[in-house]
Design a protein around this ligand. Structure first.
Ligand SMILES: C[S@@+](CC[C@H](N)C(=O)[O-])C[C@H]1O[C@@H](n2cnc3c(N)ncnc32)[C@H](O)[C@@H]1O
Ligand code: SF4
Length: 304
């Protein structure tokens, strides 16, 4: 029997598929982003897990014989835990699972506000090496509309703090997040944020609404961006590609691993930016101008 008791559903970044998912918190303490339904279940009300229980789980993994090389701290914003609690968790991982080479976590920019660079350096020395930051956009208007509770500036400060501590950052930007009206400024300001922050990894996902877009669209109406008569409209495939073309054109990244291969994307794009910028732009232009001869995913092949 698997030695961990998860409160389902549990989410993790696609690249953590081989990692041990250690649930040190349940849900997301913010849980307000209007596009995100991941932790809206009754069972996912935010709660930090007791340290005794975390230790018990780490010990049972250690004695289970499971091979664990990497650990991902779940759920949605484990980094909201105070420094001392994170330190304790990392020490327990080091003690009982000494073979672990990397610990990672989702991280909201505000999670780092009360943590000093010195504290982050200490956490890094204990194995915490990678932060997944859902910036979603670099445009303040879009960030307000989605109720992210972050801004261009707060996101930049957090990404710079991560860099200074020697940890790596992996940023998520959501394609289509501003709808047609804000598409261009969303792409331009997201590129600007990435250029200033120079993250180690950047991935783009297409915003999707498996439970319906009502909650998301309501905010656009409330803030006067759309009317009830003419509510928010999702970008069509071509518009999504055009937004990606603007983003890619504007990006001046020096050495960032770029992935647009999540199941939500219509077109898989992968490369290292800046060296592969022209190749990726060629692929996106081809998808815009000659979709019939581009490797575009069918609707049934997509998912969140
Ligand atoms: C499980 S969430 C946790 C992220 C973390 N709390 C943060 O905000 O940085 C991981 C990411 O999934 C993506 N995501 C969530 N809901 C989505 C949706 N409806 N469509 C597309 N991507 C979504 C967002 O990029 C989000 O940052
Ligand atoms: S995107 Fe992140 S911060 Fe926003 S509600 Fe989802 S898990 Fe919480």
């Amino acid at each position: 029997m698997y030695p961990l008791n998860y409160v389902e559903p549990v989410f993790r970044p696609p690249s953590e598929w081989k990692s041990l998912i250690l649930q040190v918190t349940n849900g997301c303490s913010w849980n307000n982003c209007t596009f995100c339904d991941m932790y809206t279940d009754k069972t996912k009300k935010f709660k930090a897990k007791k340290i005794d229980l975390i230790e018990q789980e780490i010990r049972s993994i250690a004695t289970s014989g499971l091979s664990v090389g990497r650990v991902f701290l779940a759920d949605g914003d484990a980094m909201m835990l105070p420094f001392n609690r994170l330190k304790k968790i990392l020490e327990l991982i080091k003690l009982h699972l000494p073979q672990v080479t990397r610990v990672s976590s989702y991280c909201l920019p505000r999670n780092l506000k009360n943590k000093t660079i010195e504290q982050l350096i200490e956490l890094k020395a204990l194995g915490l090496k990678l932060m997944y930051v859902g910036c979603e956009s670099g445009d303040d208007e879009v960030l307000t509309l989605i109720d992210k509770g972050e801004t261009y500036q707060s996101s930049l400060i957090a990404l710079q703090k991560i860099k200074k501590s020697g940890m790596k950052s992996s940023v998520m930007i959501l394609n289509g997040l501003g709808g047609p009206e804000l598409s261009k400024q969303h792409a331009l300001n997201s590129a600007k944020l990435m250029n200033e922050a120079q993250p180690d990894y950047l991935s783009t996902l297409v915003v999707s609404f498996p439970l319906g877009e009502e909650r998301f669209a309501k905010k656009f109406v409330e803030l006067g961006r759309q009317t009830l008569r003419q509510p928010f409209r999702q970008l069509n495939q071509r518009e999504l590609f055009v937004e990606m073309e603007i983003l890619l054109t504007e990006l001046t990244l020096k050495k960032t691993i770029f992935r647009s291969d999540h199941a939500s994307n219509y077109l898989v794009l992968k490369g290292v930016l800046g060296q592969d910028k022209q190749v990726l732009l060629k692929q996106i232009k081809a998808a815009i101008n000659k979709p019939e001869s581009s490797p575009i995913r069918q609707e049934w092949q997509r998912g969140l």
